[in-house]
Design a protein around this ligand. Sequence first.
Ligand code: FES
Length: 106
Amino acid sequence: MGTITFVSQDGTAHDVELVDGESLMDLATSNGVPGIDGDCGGEAACGTCHVIVDDEWIARTGTRSDEESQMIEMSPECAANSRLSCQLRATPALDGLRVHLPEFQM
Ligand code: FES
């Protein structure tokens, strides 16, 4: 169906199969992507699923909600394109998406 790539701090790329309707956090944890914990199970309440979306993709992923912002802005690594991956739904339009992992999760 497609691929989403999570890029670790050291540049290692982790490709996972895109599953329509799944959150990026679920895709990462079910595929063993290191650095995505998802401790709250996707409730936007822990901040352990932080990713930074490539600039070229932000128009397609959309920007974060106020609820997301409140959580993610507590991270010292918060960037303009930071998202909680549990709040990002995979769709076929995101085939090829690249997101970057922060050095540390909260
Ligand atoms: S899994 Fe907890 S904020 Fe995303």
